[in-house]
Write a protein that binds this ligand. Structure first.
Ligand SMILES: [Zn+2]
Length: 221
């Protein structure tokens, strides 16, 4: 704990003074660029990975970067999404999974969560991903299954995301973009789900950022 408190002190004495204007501006309001839904894993540090500053990312974290479907749980993730979309009018939502994810291992090896009933209950929101892996990839190695499951979970959570009315309405209108990312801890690489190509592709700086966004309604003017 001492390491943590010392870090806080260093922030207050060394870092805060250099960003005083930014923090004063942020004290009154926020206008984040994106909602970032990711795993609670300590190795995922969004502001470091994307080099963003305070105020730029609205972050929602949980075991397995899961988005429960609308109506299932009136929980923190659903409320956070609704607030981000309705109150903050955030134009982008990124669901980001990662390599070596403990939650994904828990799905792949259900016996590993036997002593953690809440974790097991929570991970049922990723059942669709598990079924896809069991059905299509039964013969793959354990390592490959984990990788595939992690990507299938990202796709499943993007699908769940679209069941939220606030998200569905903004997608239909074309004012919200959604993305599914896979972050590799050992390389720093990010793959993104490209709905047009129906596959994960490397994410590079480009004019067109591949997304998982469904087409808006054609009759929206
Ligand atoms: Zn994880």
């Amino acid at each position: 704990m001492r390491r943590i408190v010392e870090g806080l002190h260093r922030f207050q004495t060394d870092v805060f003074p250099t960003k005083r204007d930014l923090f004063h501006k942020l004290a009154e309001s926020q206008n984040p660029r994106a909602l970032f839904v990711t795993c609670g894993d300590s190795r995922i540090v969004p502001d470091l990975i994307m080099q963003t500053s305070p105020g730029e990312l609205f972050i929602c974290r949980n075991a397995g970067n899961i988005v429960p479907p609308f109506g299932d749980v009136a929980g923190g993730v659903s409320a956070t999404i609704e607030y981000a979309v309705v109150a903050l009018e955030i134009p982008h939502i990124i669901v980001c999974g990662h390599s070596d994810c403990g939650a994904m291992k828990g799905i792949l090896y259900p016996q590993s969560t036997a002593a953690m009933p809440m974790v097991a209950h929570w991970l049922r929101h990723a059942e669709a991903a598990r079924y896809v892996v069991e059905d299509l990839h039964r013969d793959k190695s354990e390592e490959e299954k984990l990788e595939i499951l992690t990507r299938e979970n990202i796709r499943a959570q993007l699908t769940n995301l679209t069941t939220h009315p606030s998200v569905a309405a903004r997608l239909a209108r074309g004012t919200l973009q959604i993305y599914g990312w896979h972050y590799d801890i050992s390389s720093g690489d990010v793959l993104t789900f490209d709905a047009e190509r129906n596959e994960f592709v490397h994410l590079e700086p480009a004019d067109r950022v591949p997304s998982a966004t469904p087409r808006p309604r054609s009759d929206v003017g």
